[in-house]
Design a protein around this ligand. Structure first.
Ligand SMILES: Nc1nc2c(ncn2[C@@H]2O[C@H](COP(=O)(O)OP(=O)(O)O)[C@@H](O)[C@H]2O)c(=O)[nH]1
Ligand SMILES: [Mg+2]
Length: 600
């Protein structure tokens, strides 16, 4: 069961004194509650350490700013209006900005504290061509988890493989010729490939590509992603000196690959069913059994029992001999890979923290292109850089009736108030009592809401504007876009969706909608265990409780296998390993958890 932990964010304790808006706005207590590194032992670049350093400088710059503003005002009034208001306003603003170092509103003022994310990211990229790759840590208060040395080494080795065998190399040309000839390679092939087709919503595509990459890492295959679905306009290249995009055009000898489905004769499930390939005990899978030049791995939500044999070690031995695999998935299959016995040792070494698999893979692979990064950074600076706590709230309406439902609104506010993520609003009749708070120190919470509709954020914004928070805290509510419905393949829509997932990941705490892969991506990139709002089952019901704290930041594998490969019979795969458990939002799904903190 999900642990019902007490809320970790309390806006009151991250209050910033008026006039100190350049101060790093996370208190030591708030850091500890958010589960970030111990504030006492905070690294030099941490908010606390930097805060101390910056205080002296800021006191000075604040005084200079006050003098400057006074000076400009005197100019205006003494001049009898000779200086146009817009001119003095612009000049004063410019001085103020210069005085505060320009980036003063970001968590890290000048340079990213650890722009390679503890060695997760490789150096050597042209920084300007993909600004997000090395700038993202400027915007994150939560530094996230540290990658293991083994993961770092494996990634560097894999980058070398991608360079040696990727498109535009001799090895790639030879592999394509063999695929075209339909020949399987005798002995071990020079390079093996995994072509990943991801589809459906952007959240699914990101999770699917991360899962494919993990499989490629474990099996030493070159990962090539299907270039359709805006992959190149949304994401930078992750591997230095090569491309991860399958070359477009007719060079790839499987022209219909993007339409492969459960019925494709070359799917692993069908190859087993039709006894083209065998995985049974009588056949030594590493023996002389003929293997085809390629196989299609169908890991889609509609896959069958034979396809699901993919998650067994014997089947992996068979597949390891097939030079080209084409995989279609819309799922986060990483928990299933942990079920494969032959992968376990390597996975344990790569991810000693089992609940941070997508966290690392996502931060390694998915860097917004400059266009998307512009959407992220402009929005952040304009709306999210106020002092105080930033709360992300993702509202996903899966059914039409949820688009503007008072019951869903009640679920959201009950969750936020019950978990003390936001202060309650005053009863309608009591608004005037907020007056007494106006001169007191005020905490601020900036709420970033994302949704396809504007209705929920408008209602919540109105509540705080019209009635005010009972605590006197300032609450501002912002929603970047509301495109009304999902628009697959529309580039500007996808770019906004990606930017919003990313912005949510920059928040200090997150509330998500259960079942939503959009929310999973945000929580994983941000390194946050979210509060998950349970999916309402009908129009009149408000789920009780409305939400609960998730046990892990990992996404949920929505359609896992239910099979024990050793005993060769059906089994509950959520009970086999201490770190692979059922999800709270999708009860039959599987999720990676930290066994130390997970309680049944
Ligand atoms: N910009 C934006 N788009 C959204 C939002 N919610 C859903 N969408 C769109 O709808 C798609 C939903 O698919 P997906 O990302 O897989 O999320 P899921 O359906 O919640 O699992 C997204 O990729 C977006 O295109 C939102 O809050 N903001
Ligand atoms: Mg989805």
């Amino acid at each position: 069961m999900m642990q019902q932990r007490k809320p970790k964010v309390c806006a009151a304790e991250s209050a910033a004194a008026p006039g100190t808006e350049q101060e790093l706005p996370v208190s030591q207590a708030a850091m500890a509650r958010l589960g970030w590194p111990d504030a006492e032992g905070a690294p030099e670049h941490s908010p606390v350490a930097r805060k101390k350093k910056l205080q002296a400088a800021k006191r000075w710059s604040s005084s200079v700013n006050v003098v400057l503003v006074a000076f400009f005002m005197i100019l205006v009034f003494a001049g009898g209006g000779g200086v146009a208001p817009s001119v003095w306003f612009a000049a004063a603003k410019a001085r103020l900005q210069r005085g505060s170092g320009g980036h003063g509103s970001l968590p890290y003022e000048r340079s990213a504290p650890d722009k390679l994310l503890g060695g997760l990211l490789p150096g050597g990229f042209d920084e300007k061509s993909c600004r997000s790759r090395y700038e993202s840590s400027i915007y994150r208060r939560n530094p996230g988890r540290q990658p293991s040395p083994h993961l770092i080494a494996k990634l560097r080795k894999h980058e070398e493989l991608q360079r040696r065998c990727g498109p535009n190399t001799d090895a790639y040309t030879r592999a394509i010729q063999q695929l075209r000839a339909g020949k399987s390679v005798v002995g071990s092939p020079e390079c093996k490939y995994l072509v990943s087709i991801s589809y459906r919503g952007l959240g699914n595509r990101i999770l699917a590509a991360a899962s494919a990459f993990l499989y490629a890492l474990l099996t030493d295959r070159v990962l090539l992603v299907d270039p359709s679905n805006d992959m190149d306009s949304l994401f930078c290249e992750p591997f230095p000196g090569t491309t991860w995009l399958l070359p477009r055009g007719d060079g790839f000898p499987l022209p219909g690959y993007a339409d492969f489905s459960i019925d494709t004769p070359e799917s692993y499930g069908n190859l087993l069913k039709n006894k083209v390939l065998r995985n049974d005990d009588d056949v030594d899978p590493s023996s002389s059994q003929q293997v085809p030049a390629f196989a299609y791995v169908h890991l889609d939500h509609d896959y069958g029992d034979d396809d699901k044999m993919f998650f067994c070690a014997d089947d992996q031995r068979v597949l390891s001999r097939v030079p080209w695999l084409v995989m279609r998935t819309d799922l986060y299959t990483a928990p299933g890979l942990f079920l494969v016995e032959s992968f376990r040792e390597e996975l344990d070494a790569l991810f000693p923290e089992r609940d941070a698999v997508f966290h690392h893979l996502g931060r390694y692979l998915f860097h917004p292109t400059n266009r998307v990064w512009g959407l992220v950074t402009r929005y952040y600076r304009a709306y999210l850089s106020r002092p105080g706590t930033r709360l992300g709230v993702q509202v996903r309406a899966f059914d039409a009736w949820q688009a503007n439902s008072p019951h869903v609104l009640q679920q959201i506010t009950s969750c936020l108030w019950k978990e003390k993520l936001l202060p309650e609003v005053l009863p309608a009749a009591a608004t005037s009592s907020t007056e007494e708070h106006t001169t007191a120190l005020r905490a601020e919470t900036t709420v970033l809401m994302t949704s396809l509709r504007a209705w929920y954020s408008e209602r919540i914004r109105e509540m705080y504007w019209e009635r005010g928070a009972a605590s006197g805290e300032g609450v501002s509510v912002h929603q970047p876009s509301h495109d009304e419905h999902q628009q697959l393949g529309t580039e500007s829509h996808e770019a906004k969706a990606w930017a919003e997932m990313y912005l949510l990941s920059l928040c200090d705490a997150l509330v998500t909608s259960g079942w939503s892969t959009f929310g999973y991506v945000a929580q994983g990139l941000g390194g946050m265990n979210p509060w998950v709002m349970y999916r309402p089952l009908n129009i009149t019901e408000v789920p009780d409780p409305p939400c609960g704290r998730d046990v892990s930041m990992e996404p949920c594998f929505h359609s896992p296998p239910v099979y024990d490969c050793k005993l060769k019979r059906g089994a509950d795969t959520g009970k086999m390993l201490p770190h692979v458990r059922h999800c709270e939002d999708v009860s039959w799904g599987l999720k990676l958890v930290d066994p130390q903190t997970y309680k049944d």
